[in-house]
Write a protein that binds this ligand. Sequence first.
Ligand code: GLU
Length: 305
Amino acid sequence: MEPDYQAVLEQVAEDIAPQIGHGRPAEYIPALSSVDPRRFGMALADVHGQVYGVGDWQEPFSTQSITKVFTLALALARGGDSLWQRVGREPSGNPFNSLVQLEYENGIPRNPFINAGALVVTDRLHGLTGDARGALLDFLRTESGNDRLDFAPEVAESEAGHGDRNAALGYFMASCGNMHNPVPTVLDHYFWQCSIEMSCADLALAGGFLARHGVRADGTRLLTRSEAKQVNAVMLTCGTYDAAGEFAYRVGLPGKSGVGGGVLAVLPGRATLCVYSPGLDARGNSVVGVAALDRFTTLTGLSVF
Ligand code: GLU
């Protein structure tokens, strides 16, 4: 029997209320630093598409790195597992935008969720579709059922203006032969990809295929069951920056966070959750977002373990 999800979310919101406002919004992307750190929203979409929510669950926010899950799924769906020759699937143990490991490992990023790995995935998706950011936006609109989803040009431009480190990652990988499109093109698609704004409800619905073992909202298959398991596994081990161990320990679900303050989490076979609160901890994860997911799995006893 399913729990009363709405009642659980309301309990979670009450329990985490004292922590709201903790943490600091991302400062290295100027357009993100001005958001109100007291915002909080949480939504759950069950595998049938029923959505429950509390707080600012219908307010759009900057998805940032959460989009990396969707580009990975699309690149695997369209291009198959040869992607794994260009990017690994081990936790990096380094910050998401670190350069050091790439040189030791000959331009093959540790996993698709650190920035270097995400650039490879965007490059691959661009090669497969001719329009990586467009393919991503189409997919997100279709799966969420929200045609109004869009890029935020001011965020993409702000990021491009402060994107020297991502550019360094891209050019270094190009020097190793691991960028197949021109680096400026890949960076442009990556920055626009990260700027897409979605609400907790939109993200929970769009990630539904991860809870449905690869099946899209319309019943067609995006990923094989095995590929859906693989994406969830990489989320669990690598999805929350250099704190995936702590996230697995506290929450016990595959998850992907973004510096916009969102966290997407998957309860395979049951539901997808998304929390938003812009105050980040030192590792870049939403303080209240992780606390809320921790509370959800503790109250319900639902996790992958
Ligand atoms: N667009 C951000 C960057 O590349 C994404 C960071 C994130 O959410 O982890 O720096």
